[in-house]
Design a protein around this ligand. Structure first.
Ligand SMILES: *Cc1c(COP(=O)(O)O)cnc(C)c1O
Length: 370
């Protein structure tokens, strides 16, 4: 803290690209209300604590914090290679799958290259594309809040280096279908990388949904990204992974922050993979809660897009800020995209009940488009 608060005049320029990059807005915490419960449904976090066995392993790892972690996350890479049925060379570990995505774009994009993705989608995309100096080409979602793959194919140009496909789409919810994705890949030039972002993969129950790893097996230009942040409940430890064919994977490893994935995160991820049965039970509870919320809101009259992640999307249009504020008064924080809609995470049954009750007075029958 400086002792005087006279502003210094700083003349050091920063990169021009930063001017057009929005700041990432984390989901807000609920307002504290004395004596009343508060529910954070704004960040698609898991309401459950880390899986059984994870904290013990993390604690043991913390005792070695004087040492650098394994720079190559060897044990986790080997384990994930087995889990996914892919060569260890093709697995990349990063600081969350956001970290893997940032490494990927840094490895592939030059200034003025283009990255095609659906919009609205994950809000980190425009930030991470912008940081590389590349340009975002945003393709509007269709009337059901799904990726419009035909329009995305039409948006591919000579400068396109990467296409991001978010399935299920954050924040709207639908998964991309396998058949549509296979047809789409036929139209993508072989020198364009298609990243299938499967952050919510474990929650998908749509039998027609694409499985990125299957596509990666048949297509040298397909990459998959997954995370321990959502279903596994390790958002705070920052660990995720990608699967891409060498030499793409080799290039992506070069753009990592050295030792970015720490030993606690590494061990917690390994222990989480050992707890597959407990994971499946929890994910089952959360998808059952999702169905319950979707049914209750549909009965109220809401018109929801297909929800395949751990969240639901309400197309609240110009009433978005007012409804989000009203939910805030009830102790519920949600993710509001002003003028578009509200994303509400599926949480404990109690939180979901509170959400359902709080939304009742605001019912909108509008479709996704507004
Ligand atoms: C949450 C999320 C991620 C990854 O989050 P990390 O915590 O960085 O692993 C990636 N993509 C989408 C669409 C997400 O919603």
């Amino acid at each position: 803290m400086s002792e005087v608060d006279i502003p210094m005049s700083v003349n050091v320029p920063t990169r021009a690209a930063l001017k057009s990059i929005p700041a990432y807005k984390p989901g807000s915490a609920p307002q504290a209300r004395p004596g009343a419960p508060a529910y954070k449904m704004s960040s698609n976090e898991n309401p459950y604590p880390p899986l059984p066995g994870v904290l013990d392993r993390a604690q043991a790892a913390a005792a070695q914090a004087n040492r650098y972690p394994d720079m190559f996350s060897t044990a986790l890479i080997e384990r994930l290679a087995v889990e996914c049925g892919v060569p260890a060379d093709d697995v990349i570990i990063g600081t969350g799958s956001s970290g893997v995505l940032q490494q990927t774009l840094l490895a592939l994009c030059e200034a003025d290259d283009e990255v095609v993705y659906a919009w609205r989608s994950f809000e980190a995309y425009p930030i991470m594309v912008g940081l590389t100096g590349a340009r975002s080409v945003q393709v509007p979602l269709d009337d059901h809040a799904r990726h419009d793959l035909a329009a995305m194919a039409a948006a591919i140009g000579p400068r396109t280096r990467v296409i991001l496909v978010c399935t299920p789409n954050n924040p709207t919810g639908p998964a991309v279908s396998r058949d549509a994705m296979v047809d789409f890949l036929d139209t993508v030039p072989e020198d364009v990388l298609v990243v299938v972002d499967e952050a919510y993969h474990e929650f998908v129950r749509d039998p027609d949904a694409v499985h990125g790893i299957d596509l990666y097996r048949d297509h040298p230009n397909v990459m998959v990204m997954r995370t321990f942040s959502k279903a596994y409940g390790l958002a705070g430890l920052r660990v995720g992974y990608g699967v891409a064919h060498a030499p793409i994977s080799t290039a992506i490893r070069k753009t990592a922050v050295p030792f970015g994935v720490n030993h606690i995160a590494h061990e917690a991820a390994l222990a989480s993979l050992d707890a597959a049965d407990a994971l499946n039970i929890r994910v089952g509870h959360l998808t059952a809660e999702r169905s319950r919320v979707v049914t209750a809101l549909t009965d109220q009259g809401w018109n929801l897009p297909d929800a395949q992640g751990n969240f639901v999307w309400l197309a609240t249009g110009e009433r978005t800020d007012a409804i989000a504020a009203a939910l805030g008064q009830e102790g519920i924080s949600v993710r509001a995209f002003s003028g578009e809609g509200i994303r509400c995470s599926i949480d404990s049954a109690e939180a979901n009940d509170a959400l359902i009750a709080a939304l009742e007075p605001h019912v909108s029958r509008r479709g996704y488009r507004h």
